[in-house]
Design a protein around this ligand. Structure first.
Ligand SMILES: *[C@@H]1O[C@H](CO)[C@@H](O)[C@H](O)[C@H]1NC(C)=O
Length: 315
């Protein structure tokens, strides 16, 4: 067995120079437990993708890369990593989460160790909340006993019935063991539009003060976002212990997008479709979008969300 291990290492180190590393690593994953359940973090790839394909989000890019790098490099993390994405519609929250999955797991979002929950799909009926609580707790516990490096993604937290999410509180803290499972290697990710208005207001204030939006720091937004979710009776985090006990390691704010970011999105989309960035097409798409606030006409109301369909419309 040791001989075999050594052989693998030899193969790996000699092949890496020829660009075979990826294939060999995935092969190695299926033969040993070196890569826990196809968990294959590629932080360089993540950094590269974030830098090239995510526009106008200096905070999300820097914060996320740092937090994820620090976390995955730990063999024995002291607690799971708990992230919460916030921002206006179309600012890239879902897209960034898909990049994260793509660069953490062998099969990205299709990995059996990636669990995505959407309130409308998984927890639609308010009157069944007690049943959902039991289900959710059992699923997380069950999946973590299969693979400690699982990721649980909760989309549209602002549509989740308040009270449900607190059932996962025991999994988020630093206690040693819950139900006999090591759950400290798990990653929890929450996504919502909540706090978006607060983020927009700070970004607008910076613009009025003629300050660079890239100078916006997390502490300019952190408190306002926490307050916005905790005080919103429609949000899954309403009066939640998760906020109360500060179990979220990092709030990741997504700033509202301006015309120049929309332009970058259009260019990127055209490139993906193999089309040339004609100036008139670019301008038509940019001008067709609604901007706010009414007076300043600064931020795209839909972010980059509708860019692809608008391109098809103008072609
Ligand atoms: C894992 O989670 C999924 C939901 O994503 C659930 O359907 C499944 O039953 C869970 N597995 C276990 C072993 O609990």
């Amino acid at each position: 067995m040791e001989l075999l291990g050594g052989l693998w290492l030899l193969l790996l180190s000699s092949a890496s120079g020829f660009g075979f590393t990826w294939d060999l690593r995935s092969l190695r994953c299926s033969f040993s437990d070196v890569c826990e359940c196809h968990f294959r973090p590629d932080l360089d790839g993540l950094g590269c993708d974030l830098a090239q394909n995510v526009f106008g989000q200096h905070l999300a890019r820097q914060l996320l890369l740092k937090a994820v790098s620090d976390f995955v490099e730990l063999e024995e993390p002291l607690k799971p990593l708990v992230l919460s994405f916030h921002g206006w519609t179309g600012t890239g929250k879902t897209y960034v989460s898909s990049l994260l999955l793509k660069h953490l797991y062998l099969d990205g979002g299709r990995s059996p160790y990636v669990h995505q929950f959407s309130p409308i799909l998984h927890f639609p009926h308010a009157e069944r909340i007690e049943q959902y609580k039991g289900d959710l707790k059992r699923w997380i516990q069950g999946n973590l006993s299969i693979c400690a490096r699982s990721i649980f993604l909760f989309d549209e937290m602002d549509k989740m019935h308040p009270g449900l999410i607190d059932v996962i509180v025991p999994f988020l803290g630093p206690s040693w063991v819950v139900y006999g499972t090591n759950y400290r290697k798990a990653l929890f990710l929450f996504i919502s539009n909540a706090g978006g208005e607060q983020i927009n207001r700070v970004t607008l204030d910076f613009w009025h003060a003629r300050k660079d939006r890239e100078d916006i720091e997390l502490q300019d937004l952190n408190l306002a976002i926490s307050k916005a979710v905790f005080d919103n009776p429609h949000h899954g985090f309403w009066k939640s212990q998760i906020i109360d006990e500060q179990l979220i390691d990092l709030i990741v704010p997504f700033l509202p997008l301006q015309r120049n970011h929309i332009k970058q999105c259009v260019r990127s989309e055209l490139k993906q479709q193999g089309l040339l960035p004609q100036a008139t097409l670019l301008q038509s798409v940019i001008d067709s979008i609604t901007y706010f606030p009414e007076e300043e006409q600064l931020f795209s109301a839909t972010g980059c969300k509708t860019v692809a369909s608008r391109i098809n419309f103008f072609l």
